[in-house]
Design a protein around this ligand. Structure first.
Ligand SMILES: *Cc1c(COP(=O)(O)O)cnc(C)c1O
Length: 407
């Protein structure tokens, strides 16, 4: 057995392997000094749109920009309310607020950590009313028009999109997917009797290419995908100071473009994404086999029949999470918590007036979840080490009343 640190992610190894390709991207950018826009960006946009089965892909500066621009282009206006989940990275709600709207939350499903469709239905039926004059959905909490729903495909598992889309359609809401953790994940749509790629289901979707994501740049990058020609056109304008032609500004936009060098790097890496996702799935299967014997005491990720997961993260749940994490840390195994404080209880959102108990599932998850090392080059012997130390912890701590979060 190897006797060394098990890192949470390894971002160095894949770059060693691809060094030649990545350096030649940089070289060709130097030769033309085409650093912003141009053919390298267009090539990536076209290849990533193809990968996602969408008509359009628009490269932008990062995932937060992607979500903000997608919301703006999908028609979200200042003063609106946008529904999402409380257990996501703050970028989801930053994008909503910075598009001028106010985030509202519905709780998640404990098994999947994704939006609980029953809670979304309940939100629409009991926490909103219809404006008599225009039939629009209005939040009772804030009196604002609810105009969009942002499901997050958390950890690389698809949110249950069929019912989300159905509820959204019935209530005049736009669906914008936060696909920042789900490059290549697929959803089986019973409504359409076909598998659909993450990013191809809503009106628009946001991807992040932050280095640690399943597809990562060597710096900051992001993209919007959509099948809607108008949304694509507006995102293209918004990312480039609201101009279609240089110095002719139809609207105020942002400086939110994708670097040519990052686009070239992403094109080189995109060719490996399917293989990397496959390796993540194998690693998840290995964890499943190794941890199955203790699955009554730690809850393992549950794959839903309608989701082909890409395991951006491999997240287990334990009632003794903090002690378990401490034990693994002492055993040189790095882990993470995604995320320790649900957004409705963050200092940054104190003004929204939420309280402990408002979203009990998300709150419970925040205290029980633990992300184990997960990356394409994770070695079986590392995983054995992780599993061995988890079992060791459980046998030592058997005097605690250890009960796995209900399975
Ligand atoms: C990474 C991430 C983002 C934001 O992406 P950046 O590129 O870091 O701006 C948004 N939402 C989720 C769920 C993410 O994981």
């Amino acid at each position: 057995m190897v006797n060394k640190r098990v890192p949470f992610v390894d971002l160095v190894a894949p770059h060693h392997e691809l060094e030649h390709d990545l350096v030649s991207v940089f070289r060709s950018a130097l030769q033309t000094a085409g650093f912003i826009g141009g053919p390298m960006v267009e090539q990536f946009e076209s290849e990533f749109a193809q990968f996602c089965d969408t008509q359009y892909c628009i490269g932008v500066g990062n995932g937060t920009d992607a979500l903000r621009f997608a919301l703006l282009a999908a028609g979200i206006r200042t003063g609106d309310a946008v529904v999402t989940v409380p257990n996501t990275f703050i970028a989801t709600t930053e994008a909503i607020s910075q598009a001028g709207a106010v985030p509202e939350f519905v709780d998640v499903d404990e098994q999947t950590s994704n939006m609980d469709v029953t809670k979304l239905r309940e939100y629409v039926e009991t926490r909103c009313y219809r404006d008599g004059s225009n039939g629009r959905l209005v939040s009772r909490r804030t009196g604002r028009s609810v105009t969009a729903v942002v499901p997050v495909h958390l950890y690389g598992q698809m949110a249950d999109m069929d019912p989300i889309v159905a509820i959204a359609d019935a209530n005049g809401l736009v669906v914008v997917e936060d696909a920042c953790q789900a490059h290549g994940a697929e959803y089986f749509s019973a409504a359409e009797n076909s598998w659909k790629k993450a990013g191809s289901i809503g009106k628009a979707a946001a991807f992040s290419f932050y280095p640690g994501k399943n597809l990562g740049a060597c710096g900051e990058a992001g993209a919007v995908t959509t099948n809607d020609e108008t949304v694509a056109r507006i995102v293209r304008m918004i990312r480039d100071h609201g101009q279609v032609r240089k110095y002719y500004h139809s609207i105020e936009g942002y400086n939110g473009r994708l670097d040519a060098i990052q686009a070239g790097i992403l094109t080189a890496k995109l060719a490996h994404l399917q293989d990397w996702n496959e390796k993540r799935r194998h690693a998840a299967d290995r964890y499943q086999e190794l941890l199955d014997v203790i699955s009554d005491r730690v809850a393992l990720p549950r794959s839903m029949s309608w989701s082909r997961d890409v395991f951006h993260l491999y997240v287990i749940r334990s009632e003794d999470r903090d002690q378990l994490q401490g034990h693994l840390s002492k055993s040189s195994i790095d882990t993470g918590i995604h995320y320790p404080i649900p957004l409705h209880l963050q200092e940054a959102y104190r003004h929204l007036g939420y309280r402990i108990g408002d979203f009990p599932v998300a709150e419970r998850l925040a205290t029980t979840i633990l992300s184990l090392p997960m990356f394409p080059t994770l070695q079986p012997e590392h995983q054995l080490l992780v599993a061995t130390h988890i079992r060791e912890f459980l046998s030592r701590s058997s005097h605690y009343s250890v009960t796995a979060a209900a399975n």
